[in-house]
Design a protein around this ligand. Structure first.
Ligand code: ITT
Length: 211
């Protein structure tokens, strides 16, 4: 079975969460250790489309480089807020940047402030939201195909940011059944119930069939 997993991300928080859920039985590599790897334009309409694009393009590049066998795993994820018609959705990483020219992502703080501003007059019961995650798994040298896995985590958007753990919208997201934000709850709880953990739950058992 292939034991080398290349994670197609530059987000170190995602890497930590993925490693924590999949465990230490693998050798992990990320884009930070692969200078020259392709920069993928995330222009898909869905999380699945973007995750597949990231996984397949990196798998193709690794194969061209003549690197050994590797499983490529890509995560595309984001927040969907009911009161905003599902926004920021696939634009989660650049939510605040949508208001200005250019293609760069915005900072987590800018994105959180924009979300709070848009929801300023929305009462708690109407602040329902969910994190969604798509994981795509491809094998270097196996052609442009990927397996896909999805997970979601229901919750509400708080009235103010709380906590310092995690990343992105974690300080504003209160998962169902908890009185604290993901940023207060921390990795141990998050990795039991998160969108990412749920998507990853069925990934490892499929590795055997990819070898
Ligand atoms: P890569 O594309 O390099 O993986 P990224 O952070 O740009 O890194 P995405 O394009 O998938 O990743 O955007 C995900 C955004 O959605 C992320 O920047 C956060 O704003 C938000 N997000 C996704 N999962 C999250 C989580 O578990 N907690 C908080 N925010 C999350």
């Amino acid at each position: 079975m292939i034991k080398r997993i290349v994670i197609a991300t530059r987000n170190r928080h995602k890497v930590d969460e993925i490693r924590a859920v999949l465990g230490e039985g693998y050798t992990y590599l990320t884009l930070s250790e692969l200078p020259g790897s392709p920069k993928v334009v995330e222009d898909g309409d869905t999380f699945v489309a973007n995750a597949v694009k990231k996984a397949v393009e990196l798998a193709r590049w690794l194969h061209e480089q003549g690197q050994g066998p590797a499983i490529v795993l890509a995560d595309d994820s984001g927040l969907a807020v009911d009161a905003l018609g599902g926004a920021p959705g696939v634009h989660s990483a650049r939510f605040a940047a949508l208001d200005r020219a250019g293609s760069e992502n915005s900072s987590d703080q800018e994105n959180n402030l924009k979300l709070l501003r848009l929801l300023a007059n929305v009462p708690y019961p109407e602040r329902k939201a969910r994190f969604r995650c798509a994981i795509a798994v491809a094998v270097a040298g196996a052609g442009p195909v990927a397996l896909t896995f999805e997970g979601a985590c229901e919750g509400h958007i708080r009235f103010e940011a709380r906590g310092v753990k995690g990343f992105g919208y974690d300080p504003l997201f209160q998962p169902e059944g908890y009185e604290a934000s993901f940023a207060e709850l921390g990795e141990e709880v998050k990795n039991q119930i998160s969108h990412r953990a749920k998507a990853l739950a069925s990934v490892a058992p499929r590795f055997r069939s990819l070898a």
